[in-house]
Ligand binder design. Structure first.
Ligand code: PRP
Ligand code: URA
Length: 210
């Protein structure tokens, strides 16, 4: 599995703002929006393009467009904060949704929503979730996509834990990962260390310490 760590000064500064517990949810969401733009920009390097002729006010020129814009799939709740930035860069894309909540005791995801096209064969998919911790949630989401025929998945995550990366790699699913950081690992509550806390709560309310 291909893993790209976007190690850029601007990405690092937005990630720092997200980690800082003194930042309120507005500042957290603003940093997430900007960082998502950078992650999706890097992810899009791998997208297939086609050329066509465009006419400038002066002369014909060779133009470029995406050959097959990806379906964007934010994983609710926390992935919602990445959706607008991704759609702004990919205005031709459609969007699907997967809703998952991790069980506090088993740490396995509980699915509460799926809104996806029935047939995803030949359709690249861009999955958005700020956190890859144990990997259970992203594995569940990607399996839903593969079950619909998808063979080309790019996942954008703000933070990844080595345990989650290994679990995705071991699954053998056809995916690539773009992330802003691979952190140290997981604590006994399966939160990423040093991480940024609960990405859903940081955006939408509630603030626990771990
Ligand atoms: C968070 C996060 C991921 C998941 C990661 O969501 O957004 O989806 O945890 O953990 P995992 O890799 O161990 O599965 P959560 O389940 O807390 O729901 P939320 O987005 O509604 O806050
Ligand atoms: N989900 C989060 O929101 N944060 C973590 O660190 C792990 C899972």
């Amino acid at each position: 599995m291909d893993v790209l760590v976007v190690d850029h000064p601007l990405a690092r500064s937005r990630l720092t703002a997200m980690r800082d517990l003194n930042n309120d949810s507005g500042a957290f969401r603003a940093a997430l929006h900007e960082l998502t733009t950078m992650l999706v920009y890097e992810a899009a390097r791998a997208f297939a393009v086609e050329t066509f002729t465009v006419t400038t006010p002066v002369a014909p020129a060779e133009g470029t467009r995406l050959a097959n814009p990806p379906l964007i799939v934010p994983v609710l709740r926390a992935g919602l904060g990445m959706a607008d930035s991704a759609l702004a860069l990919l205005p031709e894309s459609s969007m699907g949704f997967v809703g998952l909540a991790r069980d506090e005791h088993t740490f396995e995801p509980r699915a509460y929503m799926e809104s996806l096209p029935a047939d995803l064969s030949g359709q690249p998919v861009l999955v958005l979730d700020p956190m890859l911790a144990t990997g259970g949630s992203l594995l569940h989401c990607c399996q839903l996509l593969v079950d619909r025929g998808c063979t080309d998945i790019i996942v954008c995550c703000v933070l990844s834990a080595p345990e989650g990366i290994e679990r995705l790699r071991a699954s053998g699913l056809p995916l690539r990962l773009v992330t802003a950081s691979v952190d140290q690992g997981l604590n006994d509550k399966r939160y990423i260390v040093p991480g940024l806390g609960d990405a859903g709560d940081r955006q939408f309310g509630g603030m626990r310490r771990f």
